[in-house]
Design a binder for this molecule. Structure first.
Ligand code: NDP
Length: 293
């Protein structure tokens, strides 16, 4: 069994990005600039945005943060988005989700200019991704593709089963792995809460991608011998083994499944570290105008 080391791959990609930015700066350029819009005081959102700012600092990328109060109006938020859309100094930006109830999330995501939509949630980028045209790919699926690529995992002709169909993970990853490309060319089955015989379907998978948000749902008996298992889930559970009193586990029962898998991502240290790095890669593409000329 090979443990897919997302932490190490993320470190390698970050050092590649840092080297590229250092060269840009040596050549007198400013380098890429990622902005984030954070509404309210949700601790998890603050942690995510803090992580993104730190990652930018680590690679020498400019970052800026627009903090808005919880009771911000939709008009005030769209004014900030319009400002960022028109600011030539900003290459890409994200609006941290979730947003408070008074704001229509879909409307906000569609207000972001597709050329600056480094989260890849705008319908134009989503559509381009589905059509296999150049597009910003949402960060977590993009991170999964990088792991598959860097570990040279064969996907062509494989049975790939995706557990979960959310707009941010399950659906895009299923589209990406069925595209005529590498990674891709797989025969993909997507399972969700209305799927019958999910266990049997999971067992058919050469590549099993689990993004359900159900703690340790996938057990050893649901996995074929030598399957590649990518666990996207993250759950914080009380633990006596750690100083903090908590540990992270995934959607996969690691102890059981790792005995059968050929490759497996751990939690933590698998898909998680790849998400922020993918956002940096998208911002670099925005700066270089690789997607929208
Ligand atoms: P969502 O809750 O948006 O989607 C979960 C999906 O799983 C849905 O499609 C749902 O089906 C399906 N599902 C849930 N329970 C079952 C069940 N018992 N049987 C069959 N299908 C089921 O989750 P996300 O995709 O946003 O996230 C999934 C997990 O990944 C979470 O643990 C999240 O924390 C983690 N995550 C990790 C990231 C990272 O960077 N590592 C990034 C993003 C998410 P239906 O559509 O029918 O409701």
């Amino acid at each position: 069994m090979i443990l897919i080391d997302g932490k190490e791959i993320a470190r390698q990609i970050k050092s590649e990005i840092a080297a590229e930015i250092a060269e840009m700066i040596d050549n007198g350029e400013t380098g890429p600039h990622l902005a984030a819009v954070l509404v309210g005081d949700d601790p998890a959102s603050q942690t995510y945005v803090g992580g993104k700012e730190k990652a930018c600092r680590d690679v020498g990328m400019i970052s800026s943060l627009y903090k808005l109060p919880e009771n911000v109006s939709e008009k005030e938020l769209t004014d900030v988005i319009d400002y960022l859309n028109n600011d030539d100094q900003v290459d890409g930006f994200i609006v941290q989700l979730p947003l408070p109830g008074q704001i229509d999330e879909k409307k906000i995501l569609q207000r972001i200019h597709p050329a600056k939509d480094v989260d890849g949630f705008h319908p134009q980028n989503y559509g381009r991704m589905a059509l296999n045209l150049p597009a910003y790919i949402p960060a977590t699926p993009y991170g999964i593709l990088q792991l598959i690529e860097r570990y040279k995992i064969e996907t062509s002709g494989k049975n790939c089963v995706v557990l979960g169909r959310s707009h941010i993970v399950g659906s895009p990853v299923s589209i990406l792995l069925s595209r005529k490309a590498y990674p891709g060319n797989a025969t993909v089955t997507v399972c969700h809460s209305s799927t019958k015989d999910l266990k049997e379907k999971a067992k058919q998978a050469d590549i099993l991608i689990v993004a359900m948000g159900q703690k340790e749902f996938v057990t050893g008996d649901m996995v074929k011998k030598d399957a590649v298992v990518i666990d996207v889930g993250i759950h914080r559970v009380p633990s006596e083994k750690t100083k903090s009193g908590f540990e992270l586990v995934g959607d996969v029962k690691f102890d059981e499944v790792s005995k059968k898998a050929s490759f497996i991502t751990p939690v933590p240290g698998g898909v998680g570290p790849m998400t922020i790095v993918s956002l940096l890669l998208n911002t670099l593409k925005a700066y270089k105008k690789e997607i929208y000329k």
